[in-house]
Design a protein around this ligand. Structure first.
Ligand SMILES: Cc1cc2nc3c(=O)[nH]c(=O)nc-3n(C[C@H](O)[C@H](O)[C@H](O)COP(=O)(O)OP(=O)(O)OC[C@H]3O[C@@H](n4cnc5c(N)ncnc54)[C@H](O)[C@@H]3O)c2cc1C
Length: 173
């Protein structure tokens, strides 16, 4: 019976990124996916994978505002000011709310360019989306070939180190 350090469930962008990153850190990784191998990629496979980026190295001007506003459900206005405190000092009911705190959004923005560079290392190519009409939408980029290209780039990288994909048995899916 083979042994693994990390078991990843799901072969979309999130699962594959986690699997490849764990491999890069020396872990023995298996990815469990309920879809057949030739349909792998989850929702990621079917998206254009538009990204709020001006270039590979720079997020769009609306990046943090957009994610701050859209990263969760309703926020009690009387608690919003509490989020300016260090997270360790947040009230318990604030911690229980489903939204990304400002430091999470800021880390996301800081890490985005590095992540695109990381994906380029596996063959992903990013291009600007040219919009041929006037729009208030900020610049966007996308991987050439959309989400499917990201899935294939990451899955191919993963398979170089370990052929450890398996389809989840029906009773576990
Ligand atoms: C039509 C559409 C367009 C979109 N466009 C964009 C866009 O332009 N830009 C953008 O940033 N985002 C876009 N999104 C959102 C984006 O697709 C998702 O945020 C992203 O794909 C999520 O990746 P993921 O890896 O978390 O999930 P997924 O890609 O959905 O992968 C999850 C995987 O887990 C597997 N799985 C689930 N449960 C089990 C189980 N019990 N056992 C085994 N396997 C399991 C699924 O089969 C699937 O393969 C779009 C989404 C849709 C639907």
């Amino acid at each position: 019976m083979p042994e693994f350090d990390v078991i990843v469930v799901g072969c979309g962008a999130a699962g594959l990124s986690a699997a490849v990153a764990a491999q890069q850190n020396g872990a023995r990784v298996i990815v469990l996916e309920r879809a057949p191998q030739d349909e792998r990629g989850g929702n990621t496979r079917y998206t254009g994978s538009w990204l709020r980026m001006k270039s590979v190295d720079e997020v769009s001007d609306d990046f943090t505002d957009h994610f701050a506003v859209n990263s969760g459900g309703y926020r009690d206005p009387s608690l919003v000011h509490e989020t300016s405190k260090d997270r360790d000092n947040w009230l318990q009911n604030l911690r229980a709310m489903s939204f990304a705190g400002p430091e999470v959004v800021a880390t996301f923005a800081d890490e985005a360019p590095k992540t695109l560079r990381w994906l380029q290392g596996f063959g992903a190519r990013f291009e600007k989306l040219e919009v041929p009409f006037l729009t208030s939408v900020q610049p966007r980029m996308a991987p050439h070939g959309g989400g499917l290209a990201l899935v294939e780039a990451l899955a191919t990288q993963f398979e170089k180190t370990a052929a450890s994909f398996t389809t989840t048995p029906q009773h576990l899916a």
